[in-house]
Design a protein around this ligand. Structure first.
Ligand SMILES: Nc1ncnc2c1ncn2[C@@H]1O[C@H](COP(=O)(O)OP(=O)(O)O)[C@@H](O)[C@H]1O
Ligand SMILES: [Mg+2]
Length: 553
């Protein structure tokens, strides 16, 4: 071509095609548009009657998608076919261009595969679409005239088909990347969601949980533990655990974190945290190893659990077991004592009746025998009540009457201690539903304790009864020596006594507690050291009373 000469139509087309190809690399065009555009160029430049595009549809490459443009800008024909024996298949498998008159192609020319409907093909050119070693499909150029392509034309053809291959290659790579990206994004979301679930779990566990490394730096801490230190989790992560959680300058005494990190084993220890008033919280502190990717332990989880309650329950259980054993023994002994005791009391009363009033000394002695016998009898009753199955006989009764009866039974004691009894019993109480002997036993026990506690000089015991909000409330208060706070919580324990061996068994209040519970009621104690104590019993009104379990137990 001479410079200055205008481009022929053909050159112009080739130039346009090359420009388009150059642009493909930079623009982001849909793969389908690239395919249409390039096939269109091929058709125009080579003046082919028809150009067919074959592309592999799937990985297994058993079928191809055959597409034709006709004279349009869109596919007028597309169909999935099997390549069978054909010129295009030969070009694809040998990765070579086949340019041949159909007469010479012989039975390699397959009209079904290689040609277009209604076309009498004389010359065929089958080109594989190759990018490097990878084959994406092929292109068939069909002509009804048998005129071969020039070297120059074949080169242009090669260039156009290579661009097609590059386009397909980028497209495939882009698709693969997109899938990878989607998978990654899905994975990321999954991780985020499981992280949130874990965090919620971590924070909502009522126990205290935190993670530290070898240098005692806090790596994570749950809300319960941070709350205990009155701090926000984020404000202490990264700091030393002993500084932020325990206010120390060095690691805590007894800390087992390093044991766990060095040995990879879990540890557990108990530690008491002392509060005011001799109270304490008992913590079970466990450490668990966390391994890194190389199976080396480099972090530890610390789990702190408040087991104070559990300990109390365990202690109570041990107490009840002890009690069961002692109770069985006591029941036997109590039975043995009961009969001689009854004989002693009965005989003392008999003799008292027969002794003339003037014989004061004898009468006093006999009275003392009776009082001592009755007191011993109450102890035996308490023991028996604890050990054997108690027969509860629930009846409608007047609470005030049971109180007065109880007072009369301890009248001797009251007299001999010269105590003042103040009664504040509410008139016209509704009837209660209770087991008479048992409820009377409760008042006797509370009265005896009050008598033991008050000062002989000006001892005072106030007994009141009331009925409000469908509940009876009976209060037995004294102005005795009182109970120190640390002992107050133990007085209902069986065998807990501060009295000398002959004077107390430690069973009175625990029996009271059991009896009141049987009546669906409650018993509580209040005391001020040196000023006195109050025992408050509440019992449900008969309308709301529910018998727990069977009446006889
Ligand atoms: N009213 C009271 N004032 C002071 N201490 C009391 C009073 N009632 C009970 N206690 C204390 O509770 C302990 C347990 O009482 P209790 O179970 O009746 O056993 P006991 O009377 O045999 O010791 C007593 O030893 C005493 O220390
Ligand atoms: Mg007692």
């Amino acid at each position: 071509m001479t410079p200055g000469q205008p481009f022929s139509e053909e050159y112009e087309l080739e130039f346009k095609a090359l420009k388009y190809i150059a642009r493909i690399q930079n623009t982001f065009t849909e793969i389908n548009d690239i395919q249409i555009q390039i096939i269109r160029f091929i058709q125009l430049i080579f003046k082919a009657d028809e150009v067919i595009l074959f592309t592999f549809e799937n990985e297994s490459r058993d079928t191809v998608l055959k597409r034709l443009l006709g004279n349009r800008d869109y596919w007028i024909y597309q169909s999935s076919i099997n390549l069978d024996k054909s010129t295009i298949r030969q070009a694809i498998t040998t990765k070579k261009v086949i340019e041949i008159p159909t007469i010479l192609a012989g039975d390699y020319f397959n009209n079904e595969v290689d040609s277009a409907p209604g076309l009498d093909v004389r010359r065929i050119c089958s080109i594989p679409i190759l990018s490097g070693e990878q084959v994406f499909g092929g292109v068939n150029l069909l002509n009804h005239q048998d005129s071969p392509l020039s070297e120059e034309k074949l080169e242009i053809l090669d260039c156009l088909v290579s661009s097609l291959a590059n386009g397909l290659d980028s497209y495939q790579k882009y698709q693969a990347l997109r899938t990878k990206n989607i998978n990654l994004e899905t994975g990321r979301l999954e991780i985020l969601s499981s992280r949130d679930t874990l965090r919620a779990l971590f924070d909502n566990i009522p126990a205290s949980l935190y993670i530290v490394d070898q240098a005692f730096n806090l790596l994570a801490i749950n809300k319960s533990r941070a709350d205990r230190a009155f701090l926000l989790p984020n404000s202490i992560v990264g700091h030393k655990c002993y500084e932020k959680l325990f206010g120390l300058n060095e690691i805590c005494a007894g800390c087992r974190v390093l044991d766990t990190i060095n040995s990879g084993r879990q540890t557990s220890r108990i530690q008491r945290q002392w509060l005011d008033d001799e109270q304490y919280i008992e913590w079970e502190i466990s450490t668990f190893p966390i391994q890194n990717a190389k199976y080396r332990t480099n972090q530890s989880i610390i789990f702190e659990q408040d087991i104070t309650e559990k300990r109390h329950l365990e202690a109570n259980l041990i107490q009840s077991e002890k009690l069961a054993a002692v109770g069985q023994l006591a029941a036997g002994v109590a039975h043995e004592i009961n009969n001689p005791l009854a004989a002693i009391i009965a005989n003392a009363q008999l003799l008292l009746k027969e002794t003339p009033l003037e014989d004061k000394d004898t009468r006093d002695s006999l009275q003392l025998i009776e009082i001592a016998g009755s007191r011993a009898s109450q102890v035996v009753k308490n023991l028996l009540g604890l050990a054997r199955k108690e027969e509860y006989d629930f009846v409608r009764l007047d609470i005030n009457e049971t109180i007065l009866n109880a007072i009369s039974l301890v009248q001797h004691e009251i007299n001999s201690h010269q105590l003042k009894i103040i009664l504040k019993l509410k008139d016209n109480l509704p009837p209660a539903f209770a087991s008479r002997d048992h409820i009377q036993g409760v008042w006797i026990n509370l009265l005896m304790n009050a008598i033991d506690a008050v000062d002989v000089e000006n001892g005072e015991i106030t007994i009141s009864s009331d009925y409000q909000d469908k509940e009876f409330q009976i209060v037995i208060a004294d102005n005795g020596k009182g109970i120190p706070p640390n002992k107050l919580m133990r007085i209902f324990e069986p065998f807990y006594t501060t009295k000398s061996a002959g004077r107390g068994t430690g069973l009175g209040l625990s029996v009271c507690n059991r009896i009141i519970k049987k009546h669906s009621g409650m018993i509580a104690a209040e005391s001020i050291l040196g000023q006195g104590s109050r025992f408050i019993v509440t019992l449900p009104g008969s309308a709301s009373f529910k018998v727990t379990g069977s009446l006889t137990e």
